[in-house]
Design a protein around this ligand. Structure first.
Ligand code: TYD
Length: 215
C-alpha cells in the first residue's frame, strides 16, 4: 500500500441514506489505516466549521412571526443547497486540501453526492451541480447501500421520537435518488457495498475497496 506520507494523500468519501452506517464505517476505516501506519484523517459534512454550524441550526427550521404567533418554517431549499455547497468549499479549502497536500488520506462522511441526493429532491438538480462544481473530486466514493426500511429500523432503535412514516417516505426518495445519481456519476471511482451485511463484513468490503484504490 502506498504510504500517505509519500506524495499526495487519497480523498475517500462514504455515502448513504441516513442510518446506512457511514459514521460507524468511517471511524473503523480511519483506525485501520492508522494501525497500518498511514496518515489518515476522518471528517464529515456538514463540517465542524462555521458554515457547518449554521447548517445544523438551519436544518432545525427558522422561527417565523405570523399574526397567530411564531411558527417554525423550513428554510428555502435553494438557500440550504447554497449553504451545503459553501460549507463544502470552506471544508475543502481549510481542512481537506491542505491535509491531502501534506500526504494525509482524508476520509469524509458525506460529500457532493449527498447534496445531489438530498437537495436535488427539493431544488433544481442542475443548480445543485453548478454550485458544487468547484468542489474537488474524490478519488473514491463508497456507497453503503441499505434499504430505507432497514435504515429506518436502525435509526428508530438508536434514537427516540421520530415521525417514522413521513421520514420513511423521504428515505425512500433519497435512496432512489442515490441509485440514479451514482449510476451517472462521473466524479472518480464509485464502489457500492451491501450495507445490510454484518458491520464487520461491511468494514472488510470497505477495506477491500480502499486497498484496490491504493494498488
Ligand atoms: P448526517 O451525516 O446525518 O449528520 P448526523 O449524523 O450528525 O445527523 O447529516 C445531517 C443531514 O444533512 C442528513 O440528513 C443529510 C443531510 N445532508 C444534505 O442534505 N446535504 C448534504 O450535502 C450533506 C453533506 C448532508
Amino acid at each position: 500500500m502506498t504510504k500517505g506520507k509519500k506524495g499526495r494523500g487519497r480523498f475517500i468519501v462514504l455515502e448513504g441514506i441516513d442510518g446506512a452506517g457511514t459514521t460507524t464505517q468511517l471511524a473503523r476505516i480511519v483506525d485501520w489505516l492508522q494501525d497500518r501506519g498511514e496518515l489518515a484523517h476522518g471528517t464529515h459534512e456538514p463540517s465542524e466549521g462555521p458554515i457547518g454550524a449554521l447548517i445544523r441550526q438551519v436544518l432545525r427550521g427558522r422561527l417565523v412571526a405570523t399574526p397567530s404567533g411564531k411558527k417554525v418554517e423550513p428554510v428555502d431549499p435553494a438557500a440550504v443547497a447554497l449553504l451545503f455547497a459553501a460549507d463544502r468549499l470552506d471544508h475543502v479549502h481549510n481542512e481537506i486540501a491542505p491535509l491531502l497536500d501534506q500526504g494525509w488520506h482524508v476520509i469524509c462522511d458525506r460529500y457532493v453526492v449527498s447534496s445531489f441526493a438530498y437537495q436535488g429532491l427539493e431544488t433544481d438538480l442542475r443548480f445543485v451541480r453548478q454550485i458544487n462544481e468547484k468542489a474537488i473530486t474524490p478519488d473514491l466514493t463508497i456507497f453503503l447501500k441499505v434499504r430505507p426500511e432497514v435504515a429506518m429500523a436502525r435509526i428508530e432503535a438508536s434514537r427516540i421520537g421520530r415521525e417514522s412514516f413521513e421520514k420513511l417516505n423521504i428515505q425512500k426518495k433519497v435512496a432512489a435518488a442515490y441509485e440514479e445519481l451514482l449510476a451517472q456519476y462521473r466524479g472518480g471511482r464509485v464502489v457500492t457495498i451491501d450495507g445490510e451485511q454484518a458491520v464487520s463484513s461491511v468494514t472488510q468490503a470497505v477495506r477491500n475497496a480502499v486497498e484496490d484504490l491504493f494498488r
